[in-house]
Design a protein. Sequence first.
Length: 950
Amino acid sequence: MKNNTIFLKPQMLKITSVLIGIFLAGCNGGNSSSSTTPATQGVIDNINISRDSQLATEVSVEPSLLIADKQISSKATSDSSCMQILPQNGKTTTTSYSGNQYYSPAQIKFTLQNKCSTYINLNGLTAVLSGVNINGKSFSSAGGSIKWIDQDQLNGAPWLNISSATSGSNITLNFTTPSCSGNYCDWAKMPPTSTKTITVNTAVNSGINSFTVSSLTLDGVTPPPAAESGSLQLTIDSSSLKSLCTTANCAIGLDLISPASQKIASININPKESPVYTVKYNSLLIGNYTVSVNGSSLPNPQGGSIAYKTEPASIPVSKNTTTSAQTTFSYTPAKVLGSLTITNQNFPDSTLFANIGGLPGSVTSTNDSYPFTINLNSSANISGLNTGNYNIRVQGLADPLKGVYYKADPLSLSIVDSQSIAKNLTFSKLATSSLHKVTFSVSNLPTTATNVSFAGQNAAFKYNMDSLSNTDYWFANNESAIAINIAAPAGYTVNYSPQVITPATTNISVSFQAITNSYLTTSNGQIVDSSGNNIKLKGINWFGFNNGGTMLDGLWSSDPLSGDFSTTVQRIKALGFNAVRLPFSFKDLAKSANNFSHSNCQMATNAQLLANLTNPSVIPASGTSIPPLSYAPTRASNMCNDYLPNNSTMDRFIWVIDFFARNGFYVLIDNHLREDQTILNSGVSSWANQWKDLATRIKNGMPASSSSKVMFDLLNEPDNFGIRWEASGSNPSLATAYLTAMDAISTVLPNNIYMVEGTGQSGINANWGDGFATNKTLISQSGLSDPNGFFTSVLSKPYVNQVVVSPHVYPPTVTNASSNYFGSGLYNRLNNSFGYLNYTGYCVNSNCHKFPVAIGEFGSRLTDNRDLQFFNSFASYLNSSNDANDGKHQPIYNWFYWSWNANSGDTGGVVDDSWKNINWNRIDYLSRGILSGQIVINPSGIGLQPWYIK
């Protein structure tokens, strides 16, 4: 489209309008560059907007120039419907004649235009010139004849084939484009928006006194009169920005946008030279116009802010009238903010609290809050304070074993712009009468030193970590709820009750039990091994047994790196993953197995593995090398996957699980509801029995050292089919389904881990599988499905210490979330859903059980800025150490990234579409906390440790 552009420069207002190469307006004078009078009194520059440069809308009558569908008969499906008559000076035809009494030539001229945006063929477009009269007689009666027909050669339009016929006062013309077939025929078509001017040359053997044409129709439609127009007078007041423009190069760009969303004119304003400027646009099609400001052209606000507004925002232009509008700019300078220095000196019990670290605090007014951290006998600086009255609050210090408590004395202050203030922070010791005693009764206390830590619900105090013993501990009366955290030493599990101290609590019972089996279990909200050590599952999802296949996806080529299963497992292990999640469908496991063996498939060499698995931005640590498989299959020469069982998909699935386990992986198998609705079609009892049968095959199909590493993810994302915690319609209760399945599996494998996913809580923006909120008020207010019955039942089950909550958490490109996907909004959402289960636990009558959390799915292509915000905050959340800034919960060590598969449409995979090359941005985030190549979240990311990092 053509633009009308105005450039305003010092001492001269130069106005240009580029329309078909014609200069439309010149200089109107220079005094407006220094004008300070009201805009309505300033110089007005007039710009005439060419009709040809404007796309019309229904309001401006333009569409009726086209052959409307309801007016088309035989041409209804022809490309000819794109053709229109282009009026010239308001007329559809022009005529001329000359000659003498013996012979007189006469011409009729009109212009055709392709109004569509595509190349078109003309297959018999008909134009009828009606009422063609010479000297008052019809064309035929006057002896008129057509001599020849001219056509111009502009706009790339082809030479048209034109036939003609005359009858009475009518001349009929038929137009077709040249014949052409094949892929290169645009030359034989009317290009988009192209025109073709037709001149019909006629003659009569006599003199001509008058030559007239009444009308012209195109395929039976008479073109309407020219579109109506009006004017718009725009005043631009940028006087408030004068101080920001120090050079003649300061130029703010504004565009006039037509009703068809077309930029039809542009202005560049220098506020220093032309603070108030008025321009009048003429010949505008009727309709509503807007003014667009190019934000990038605004001057530097120097820390302040620039705002602008056009009134009216939608400017109505009417027939034969002038509408006024004004665009006004405003500037708010930057505030010169105040600062505060808080000093703490000569704290009396520095030795007792030497290891307590920084104390969180805040400087708070009615509208603002500024967090800070201060160490004992140190100082903290807070800058950027707005004018106002503030209160200073700092967390107190507590040692329950010693019964020593200090609270920070309150401080207040007033801040004005640019003021710097210093305040001294002091502490007062609480009297014994403000404390109450709680006796800890500990049985089977390990000889290894064992610690206990505390965290108050209202965060009034920061607690020393104390040693655990059979003795009395002291707590402040004004702390309504204090969570206890006892870390069991290696080789032990611990249980204690109650797990929350209130002012009414007098005794805590603590018991330790030595771990005697080799299975995983849970303790104090973490997954632990048989020695009581925390297990940190760094898992990857790899699907294929769920989507109609009979093997994991991606093993389709003869490439040495991507075509062989065992080589792929070695690559996954080398990248640092120690767990794998395998989605499956019961109906796919019942299929016959396809053969996945490949001939001419070489074994990957060490050099190929090294090149494939070395991060190009990391120098491998000294002494590192790609680890070999501890259990490798026997392969035939030049063959891939020839070792896979082929008798049934079920046998192959069991073999794959065993292979992963023998190579040190924990294996989470997941019944993928989206592709397998067994629970809905066959019922809970049948579904649970199929789980039991699968557990039996696992027990009998591999050694106990492998089966002990198997975990059961009972049902993937129950939200997909509207399954709720309680029965709903024809859908079963998820709580009942989980309990039935775990009861069944535990009769075969009584010591394995279960992972359960949430559901039915989209009211708090929960992801699929992320719905565990049990707060009754929140459930009622947000209309959530209620999992309280499930958790209450689990507490009485013998496998309570084997249950792990496993939500799925995805970024905006997957969930389409527009809020609460980063920062405190994300933290609060995750804490409300499942974080609390890991921190205070699920409580019945002060008996609280802390459930471990394992993120079952999360992933992204890591390219969208919203996703980068999410993953930055999500890493902070997973790495939490009870930091109030990201919500109170224990660190979440266990996760399964989605996915290894390149064919995961919304997230992509750790491998690219070749299934060979590594997408290192995923590994960089998981292992080094790097997003988009630059944002360093945490030097160790979220715990993945590839082979090249020690």
